[in-house]
Ligand binder design. Structure first.
Ligand SMILES: *Cc1c(COP(=O)(O)O)cnc(C)c1O
Length: 232
């Protein structure tokens, strides 16, 4: 047994416990293992336990790892999620190597990703990043502009709009974490009912520190790094 088995099991147990405590099915919450800064041996180990979804922030680092891991029998079926900011000059790498992108916050980036998605790959699965707690310097589309951006992104031929993603600043306690996540969940529900798209099923929110509150509010995908791989 490798050194990451216990922490990976513990995160899964936290998800199960949080889901059960609010009468949700643990199977409705997907665990995204955030492997940024960690090497391919750690990723291979966790993939060996059955972890399929991995999140990466830094495009160049990620592409180097993905290229190695796509040809490895243990990791060849892993699903790669881009959860970091994307500059225009990096969109081609993202379009060619990732399966998902969670950080769409403007139409120009989405258009480039759609144009650059290779024809032999399935469409790129995307979420809009929403600046749910209003930090002026933060990335993310504002809540009031979310529906308009969603409608435009949904038209792009090589993208499938899957939902929303949030990255709120840390909150002091569970109640304030929950309040922010509930705002995101309400925006997600309103956007979903306005769009009526069958694939719009993903609310990506919750990390090591706040996954319980995120699950209580309705998260369908938690992005966990530190609790699995350790401190960065
Ligand atoms: C690093 C990161 C995470 C994981 O954070 P932890 O606190 O280590 O679990 C999740 N989402 C995004 C966007 C990140 O950059």
């Amino acid at each position: 047994m490798g050194s990451l088995k216990q922490p990976w099991d513990a995160v899964r147990a936290r998800i199960t416990q949080a889901a059960q405590s609010c009468a949700r099915s643990p199977g409705d919450i997907r665990l995204l293992a955030v492997s940024k800064t960690f090497g391919i041996d750690a990723i291979r180990e966790v993939a060996g336990y059955g972890q399929r979804d991995f999140g990466e922030n830094y495009i160049q680092e990620a592409v180097e790892k993905i290229q190695l891991l796509r040809t490895d029998p243990v990791t060849q079926h892993c699903v790669w999620h881009c959860i970091g900011p994307i500059q225009s000059n990096k969109t081609r790498w993202v379009a060619e190597h990732f399966d998902w992108v969670h950080t769409i916050d403007r139409l120009k980036i989405a258009q480039r990703l759609s144009e650059q998605r290779p024809a032999d790959l399935p469409p790129l699965q995307v979420c809009l990043q929403v600046n749910i707690d209003g930090g002026a310097t933060k990335s993310g589309v504002s809540p009031k502009d979310t529906l308009a951006l969603a409608r435009a992104v949904a038209q792009l031929p090589r993208l499938v709009l899957r939902g929303l993603m949030t990255l709120p600043d840390p909150s002091p306690d569970f109640a304030s974490e929950l309040a922010v996540h509930q705002r995101a969940a309400a925006l997600f529900a309103n956007t979903a009912s306005a769009l009526q798209l069958p694939a719009f099923d993903t609310l990506s929110m919750g990390m090591t520190g706040d996954l319980e509150a995120a699950i209580h509010a309705g998260s369908t995908m938690v992005r966990v790094g530190t609790a699995i791989f350790g401190q960065r």
